[in-house]
Design a protein around this ligand. Sequence first.
Ligand code: CMP
Length: 133
Amino acid sequence: MLIKPDAFERRLVGQIISRFENRTFKIKALKLIRPSRELAERHYAAHRGKPFYELAVSFLTSGPVVAMLLEGENAIEIVRTMTGATEPCKAQPGTIRGDYTLSITYNLLHASDSPENAEAEIAIWFKPEEILP
Ligand code: CMP
């Protein structure tokens, strides 16, 4: 997952990490990074050409991002449930987006949506030696 620049600006990084730790996910890798445009473009490659692509890429490069690799049973589904829907009207209270944002763009975090995408995103954001065994 990525904790985005708006979370950093709003000092929500610790609270967001805490939610996942409280749920007993294990942090396998963690880094604070100021992504280059090239890195952000690789991350959002599947969205290239969509109307929101340009804004999503420029937002991701606008400030620090925390990249975090979490491990746990059913991690992808549970992390996405805890993250909340992308569409603000559908983000339920109790989720991170449902509690802290009204914006479809400035939406605090990104969570991988499938094992295949998680594998690809882990390879984009982490070197093998940065990941705990
Ligand atoms: P994220 O989960 O990082 O994946 C793509 C991002 O593009 C998304 O969160 C939003 O920040 C942004 N975005 C903006 N508009 C849309 C949209 N209509 N549909 C999906 N993503 C959008």
